[in-house]
Design a protein around this ligand. Sequence first.
Ligand code: ASP
Length: 324
Amino acid sequence: MKKILAIHTGGTISMSQNAQGDVVPNAKNPIAQEATILAGRVHLVTDEMFNLPSPHVTPVEMLKIQQRILRAEADGIDGVVITHGTDTLEETAYFLDLTLPNTIPVVVTGAMRSSNEIGSDGMYNFQSAIEVAADDASQGNGVMVVMNDEIHSARYVTKTHTTNVATFRTPTFGPIGIVAKDHAVYFQKLIRQATCQIDHVIDHVYLIKAYAGMDGSLFEFLDNDATAGVVIEGLGAGNLPPRTLPAIQQLLDRQIPLVLVSRCYNGVAEDIYDYDGGGIQLRKMGLMLCQGLNGQKARIKLLVGLSAGLTGDELKDFLRTAVS
Ligand code: ASP
């Protein structure tokens, strides 16, 4: 029988609706009390690590979860399921994807409806996630996100709807598999990517979104010694309004790593356009293009790379492609 570790961290999946209809955290996580789930088919070990709404989760908690999983692997666990609030779920999942050795299935799940609401999806998603984590076919797929009968790669999945249970989508590539009645069915194989060992996380890595008519003001705020790195969600294929350029150049002169992704929902950032603020100029100035990741994931990747002590070409290679 497979031994699966369930790490609970909080989020809507652990909350309930009160008499006023407000969704509030519980002192006791109702999902963690459910020991009979998949009874007889897996041996479930439970660890209630945190009870946090996911806007309260930081890279410090992400690293603690990663270290807990490494310890469990050393103790012979066969797979891991993490329950998490959906707001920042994609960031924790991608952090783990970048920092774990990909030796056992690790699945992150959550819920859009709290534990006592009609149509609550928490217990169902938890059960699906356990099934995926215990399935032999899940081996080597990197960290996965299982919600609403779909299996997504942590690298590309994103929350796309504020309330709909079908909120998690993978733009451009689609899910890697589905959850059938009681097992996982995969129809895409991921290209392997390099992972990164870290023992601490740095702070002051920022994310800025470009907009029509943007000037350099936001970048000027970041022009100080504390700033460790900045991800910019550029326009379209990877372009910026020209009035941003002098302030961006000042950040580059300070040797602050700047990463360029696209604010578009689909596609990858590329150096295609040769005009003032176009991707070709941005690349020549020294911005690093990061393909296939959205802004919040590129920020996690930059944070992990910097926390690992990567600089210069090593950091550029680590960031350049989402796959390698
Ligand atoms: N705000 C909640 C959280 O992320 C939403 C959720 O869990 O789905 O903790």
